[in-house]
Design a protein around this ligand. Structure first.
Ligand code: ATP
Ligand code: MG
Length: 557
């Protein structure tokens, strides 16, 4: 990304700067997703890091799909990942797949066998687990560990030729069953899977394991800095072993950083998939999901996500980031560039008794601090809608909006005073009767009298009906699923509220998909990219104007 902002100075960038002083090379990084789900905001952290670091140093960044598990991967995920990356604003130097290297990886496996460093094992999956030992107990050697090189080569060739069933044999690295690091206890490097692969079709029935593939793919690509999350620190000795034993042409330097986790959210693809499959959300692109496709639909901008990733920075300790930090990033991105308009979410009809039947055009600026954004006409009329919550029959002390006998300012229009309240047979308020003061046009009174409240409104005859979807946090516990409870029990039952009958000002008649607006006093909204149409406008609330949870969080503490 080209930015004019100062480049962050974190521990990874410091390491790279040092490396560039002592070794002369071009920085090469990669973003290596497994195509087994949609990208989430945590991935964005890794994307920004890898692509930005390469760009800052005139280097290259690949997008590489680590596609070693055909049972969980598919093209839908591949395509969504590419689209999300492009949307975030990043262009990869080249698109690669680990499966591009299956031939080379197979060659590396043969080389390990020839070096006496890998063997074909006939133990079952269950037995391998038992032999592996635990964190406290060493493992035991497999009885097949001492097979001859010739026998291993022959069996591995038969595995590849499809002569065995899934699980009958595996190829394992021969390292150390007593290692305190379990990853080094003769890990499996190849398994049999009679499954077609989204890239290689039916060509293979043996597939390399992730750990073997990942580090060797990095080496094949000449990655200089292999940036990954902390849980891979324990895998680094294994990666080093593969790279050293095979004497690969290069040995990428792995540097780990803390993964992003957000409170009031879950981030693992497995859990997100569970929400999708159990229909607790409408899909991976549900606007409440922390996926990039969901956030995009909700109305998040790529800029706000990149800004957020920069703000949280890089550390070596896993911490939970307050979701409010993310919300502040979108607020500060939208505030200067988003048009203000009026929309009444829960309409209450108001008849202005002394106003003529003829309507009138008033002028309203699109932005209070940016005249260059211009203005639009809004039509004022005898019958308008205001927000139900802007009227109270018996107002408490600090309520400064409309009440019987009380005068308020209608934004960009006049002062009105409530004269009477019309109710239906159930006692529900259906309409207010008000009067206006023609001398207050534009929002101030010539006699200098003040009103304490300003409320928004739309004209009944000119407004457009729209569906407005109000979102809140998907979970109502800050750390869903903590202490072994099912994370789904922490779902917030009020995370979506649909208002089918909201009224938006006429200027929004041609609002286009993905357009964002500030609805005055209500928050930022975005035209839904799936369900909105010319016949039925649908808006998603991106974020409220202020953080209403900050208070709740404080009270909980
Ligand atoms: P998950 O655990 O959410 O299922 P994953 O790590 O299995 O994700 P990958 O597709 O393997 O997903 O991730 C691609 C890259 O994104 C990896 O380099 C990984 O370290 C990084 N990544 C994944 N989740 C996060 C996160 N929460 N914060 C930062 N980086 C992440
Ligand atoms: Mg992974």
């Amino acid at each position: 990304m080209q930015t004019s902002k100062p480049i962050p100075n974190d521990f990874i960038r410091q390491i790279i700067a040092e490396d560039l002083k002592t070794k002369i090379y071009q920085v090469v990084t990669r973003f290596p997703p497994e195509p087994n789900g949609y990208l989430h905001i945590g991935h964005a952290k890794s994307i920004c890091l890898n692509f930005d670091v390469a760009a800052e140093n005139g280097g290259r960044c690949y997008l590489r799909f680590d596609d070693t598990n055909p049972s969980k991967e598919n093209l839908e995920y591949v395509e969504s990942i590419k689209a999300d990356l492009a949307w975030l604003g990043y262009t990869w130097t080249e698109l690669r797949h680990s499966s591009d290297y299956f031939e080379q990886l197979y060659g590396y496996a043969i080389e390990l066998i020839k070096l006496g460093k890998a063997y074909v094992c006939s133990l079952t999956g269950e037995e391998i687990k038992q032999y592996r030992g635990t964190l406290k107990e060493p493992g035991q050697n497999s009885p097949y560990r001492e097979r001859s090189i010739e026998e291993n080569l022959a069996l591995f060739a038969q595995m590849k030729a499809g002569e065995f069933a899934d699980g009958e044999y595996v190829l394992r690295a021969k390292i150390d069953m007593n290692s305190p690091n379990i990853n080094l206890r003769d890990p499996i490097i190849y398994r049999i899977k009679h499954l077609p692969h989204q890239m290689t079709g039916d060509k293979w029935c043996v597939y390399p394991m992730y750990d073997f593939t990942h580090c060797l793919s990095d080496a094949i690509e000449g990655i200089t800095h292999s940036l990954c999350t902390l849980e891979f620190a324990d895998h680094r000795p294994l990666y080093d072993w593969f790279l050293d034993t095979l004497a690969t042409p290069c040995h990428p330097q792995q540097i780990e950083f803390a993964r992003l986790s957000l409170n009031y959210a879950v981030m693992s693809k497995r859990k997100l998939q569970e929400l999708v499959e159990s229909k607790l959300v409408s899909g991976w692109n549900d606007p409440r999901m922390p996926t990039l496709t969901g956030m995009r639909r909700r109305g998040y901008t790529p800029e706000s996500i990149r800004d957020f990733c920069e703000k949280i920075g890089l550390t070596k300790n896993n911490t939970n980031i307050e979701i409010g930090v993310l919300e502040n990033s979108i607020r500060s991105d939208l505030d200067p560039k988003t048009a203000r308009v009026m929309a009444v979410l829960n309409p209450l009809r108001v008849v202005i008794e002394n106003y003529p039947t003829e309507s009138e055009q008033l002028e309203a600026p699109y932005h209070p601090n940016d005249p260059s954004m211009g203005s639009r006409p809004v039509t004022f009329a005898k019958v308008i809608y205001i927000e139900q919550e802007d009227f109270l029959e018996e107002p408490p002390k600090k309520f400064f909006r409309l009440a019987p006998g009380r005068e308020v300012r209608l934004r960009y229009a006049y002062f009105i005073t409530c004269q009477s309240v019309i109710k239906d047979t159930n006692g529900e308020i259906v309409e207010l009767r008000c009067t206006y003061d023609p001398a207050t046009k534009g929002g101030s009174a010539p006699d200098g009298r003040k009103v304490k409240g300003t409320i928004h409104w739309v004209s009944e005859a000119h407004a457009i009906t729209a569906e407005i979807r109000l979102y809140d946090r998907l979970f109502n516990q800050s750390n869903p699923g903590v202490s072994g409870t099912d994370f789904k029990t922490a779902l917030n039952p009020n995370s979506i509220e649909i208002l089918p009958n909201s009224k938006v000002e006429a200027s929004l008649a041609n609002a286009q998909i993905d357009e964002r607006y500030q609805f005055e006093r209500q928050g930022y909204f975005c035209v839904d990219n799936i369900d909105s149409s010319a016949e039925k406008l649908v808006f998603n609330r991106i974020v409220t104007l202020r953080d209403s949870w900050a208070k709740i969080d404080k009270a909980n503490k």
